[in-house]
Design a protein around this ligand. Structure first.
Ligand code: CP
Ligand code: NVA
Length: 316
């Protein structure tokens, strides 16, 4: 992994596809160090006096709490801004909101259903904008997934991650993670719920630089053969609730369970971004079993986001 410091001051994080493989490696390496330092009781107040605005259009447990605690640990301050309580919820233009907030805070984090909203926000904001989940991407989640895989597997080279389920924001960000780290990623989704073809092609193009093998298929049994990392996510993401009944039947053959995982490697790890629906996308024995690393993964949201905050916000 790269040890060189990269100057990411002022950069937005909308998708990992916008970052070079070396920059992604740097963010992960720095996250590892921040985790070690925090656990050793070393105080790091690099963001003293800085504020992070956190705009949430949707519910959140992990993202909200880890960003908020991360800012506190780094000596800074965070503001929870529900879009329902902002004037943006009453139709104030994104341009005005982005410009005005940029005069108060040092970075803005947004969770919204529409990736276009985050992109437009980033166009107008004069401070870094961090994507905290859109319908297209969840880059902070993918960084936490990357750190967890490194901790459990020691490398990305030769590691095969198989994602089973909806071709959603999390799947897209795993493709981006693979493309930037050289990890092989296979996505198995039912017909009609595949990943977005434009994002898939962008990730494939980016993967040419690292040699990552990115694939998609509709057969979960075939996909899991030789997998080191098994990943799934909910069948109905936020914003798709009206499709829930149709999705339950479309995904029925895509549950991650012991039977399906017979052909994964004996030392595979199981990941899920959470929140999970036990008995739907994953059986209880798998998510609560010995291969599951979901709580390590959730903890790592804190460490990788601190890395992103320090990299984009600090002047040191
Ligand atoms: N994984 C994740 O983003 O969780 P939250 O929705 O709780 O933030
Ligand atoms: N794909 C899920 C992830 C939640 C963290 C959603 O968008 O609802």
């Amino acid at each position: 992994m790269q040890e060189t410091a990269f100057d990411l001051t002022g950069r937005d994080l909308l998708t990992l596809l916008d970052y070079s493989p070396e920059e992604v490696a740097y963010l992960l390496e720095q996250a590892k160090q921040l985790k070690v330092d925090h656990k050793s009781g070393i105080s790091d107040k690099r963001l003293a006096g800085k504020s992070l605005g956190m705009i949430f259009e949707n519910a959140s447990t992990r993202t909200r709490v880890s960003f908020e605690v991360g800012m506190t640990q780094l000596g800074g301050h965070s503001l929870f801004l529900s879009s329902r309580d902002l004037q943006i919820g009453r139709g104030e233009p994104i341009k005005d909101t982005a410009n005005v907030l940029s005069r108060y805070v040092d970075a803005i984090m947004i969770r919204t259903n529409s990736h276009e909203v985050v992109s437009e926000f980033a166009t107008h904001a004069t401070v870094p904008v961090i994507n905290a989940l859109t319908d297209s991407y969840h880059p902070c989640q993918a960084l936490a997934d990357g750190l967890t895989i490194l901790e459990h597997k020691g490398t990305f080279k030769g590691v095969k991650l198989v994602y089973i389920g909806d071709g959603n924001n999390v799947a897209h960000s795993l493709l981006a993670l693979g493309a930037k780290t050289g990890m092989d990623v296979t996505i198995a989704s039912p017909e009609g719920h595949e990943v977005d073809s434009e994002i898939y092609n962008k990730a494939k193009k980016a993967a040419e630089k690292t040699g990552a093998k990115l694939e998609q298929c509709q057969d979960p049994q075939l996909a899991v053969v030789g997998a080191d990392v098994i990943y799934t996510d909910v069948w109905t993401s936020m914003g798709f609730e009206s499709e829930q009944a149709e999705r339950l039947s479309a995904f029925a053959a895509f549950q991650v369970n012991e039977e399906l995982l017979k052909n994964a490697k004996p030392d595979y790890i199981f990941l899920h971004c959470l929140p999970a629906h036990r008995g739907e996308e994953v059986s209880t024995d798998i998510i609560d079993g010995i291969h599951s690393a979901v709580y390590d993964q959730a903890e790592n949201r804190l460490h990788v986001q601190k890395s992103v905050l320090v990299a984009t916000m600090s002047n040191s």
